[in-house]
Design a protein around this ligand. Sequence first.
Ligand SMILES: C[S@@+](CC[C@H](N)C(=O)[O-])C[C@H]1O[C@@H](n2cnc3c(N)ncnc32)[C@H](O)[C@@H]1O
Length: 187
Amino acid sequence: MFLREFFRAPHAIGAIAPSSDVLAREIVRLAEVAEGSVIVEYGAGTGAFTEEILRRKSPEASFLAIESNSALVEVLKERFPDLTILQNSVEQTPRLLRQFQLAGADSIVSGLPWSSFEADLQDRLLEATLQALRPGGTFATFAYLTGLALPAGIRFRRKIKGLFSSVSISRVVWKNLPPAIIYQCRK
Ligand SMILES: C[S@@+](CC[C@H](N)C(=O)[O-])C[C@H]1O[C@@H](n2cnc3c(N)ncnc32)[C@H](O)[C@@H]1O
């Protein structure tokens, strides 16, 4: 299913396989999901991070998962019938939070393939992210080692360093295909 959707929309999916359990554990830890009251997931795909978020989040926390691909939304709904899964673009996150009467997000876990996005799309999605996060909130997102040296990967890193008050880079998560690093960004 994941591979099929990659061939249909390679730039939006940006990966040939779902993320590993190891990457899921690490990104959810760095996003500080366990401490958050309002959690948002970007680009939930087939649910690799979703499952770990559900395992780690407090039972009282609100959790919205956003995914733009309709076929993957169907997979998510089947896999997580009780979860609020929104078929929409991440660009709409501030409006979606308001719709659910939630103040800013404490924690955003992103599965988006930033290195395959044009500059303008990166800008719009990052602006939405800053609007959606509460002051002090955490945004965690990964980048494949293979994409770090691409112009879009370099541009993304430069942008987050300019926009967030702090950006930390994790050790390489080798147990992922391809291996990846995680950016932990604090608003
Ligand atoms: C690299 S896949 C990651 C899937 C999953 N989180 C994982 O790690 O296995 C990227 C996902 O982001 C979704 N996506 C891409 N652009 C999006 C957007 N603007 N809004 C919401 N989802 C988007 C794609 O449809 C795809 O499911």
